[in-house]
Design a binder for this molecule. Sequence first.
Ligand code: NAP
Length: 247
Amino acid sequence: MNQLANQVAVVTGAGRGIGQAIALKLAAAGADIACVDLKLEFCEETVQKAQALGRKAWAFAANVSEAASVTTAVEQILAATGKVDILVNNAGITKDGLLMRMSEADWDAVLDINLKGTFLFTKAFSRSFLKQQSGRIVNIASVIGIMGNAGQCNYGASKAGVIGFTKSVARELASRGITVNAIAPGFIETAMTAKISPEAREALLKQIPLGTLGQPDDVADAVLFLASPAARYITGQVLPVDGGMAM
Ligand code: NAP
């Protein structure tokens, strides 16, 4: 069913992992896709796969943490697509370390990309969402922003920030027909979690009631729901997709 027919979705960090799964899920539901990643060529595979689904798809380069880069990319996106209906703020990084060993640079990098990047893209598209009196914003937070995790104080702070940002902006934009929600994935099999040692993975699985890591598609299905007409009366919410970790 093409529930997103004639809609345009922007996905940041769409080159691989969860972002690619989200872009292709929205494309399969009928949306045309603007893929954003650090370099144009990182989006090539996602763009080709979305086009193979019969959609229009474009690649854009931006560093989500740099205001000038975001402004340029957003202008290019709106010029190419004509309008945007759905924004998924997915780009994110980890730079793990215990508090006492965490450098200021690692703190800043994670906060700048995960939290400031979400702010910059949301602000940039809000102008056109306000004008058209509609829009769906889905921010990819993390279960770590709810539960915390030793060795991830920068990441946990950035994702808790994304949750607070989501709720505040949802209140600001609700009267204009714009919804803003977040998804809090647990541990999902991507490059980000591939670095986990076998021992840590064993320990991790014990914390997940459903007993397995999640797949990028599990997150993408939740994004599709929040972007679809079925979620029209939902805003300011955080939907965990975590196998029950954070209940
Ligand atoms: P991933 O495989 O590392 O992919 C992240 C994507 O974001 C990559 O395409 C990356 O580009 C892009 N990116 C990084 N920094 C960027 C920047 N400054 N500007 C533009 N794009 C940038 O990670 P993932 O596992 O799919 O994670 C996606 C999102 O889900 C992140 O926000 C992450 O925090 C969140 N999340 C993941 C998990 C998990 O278990 N995997 C759990 C909870 C939440 P490059 O290819 O250039 O690096």
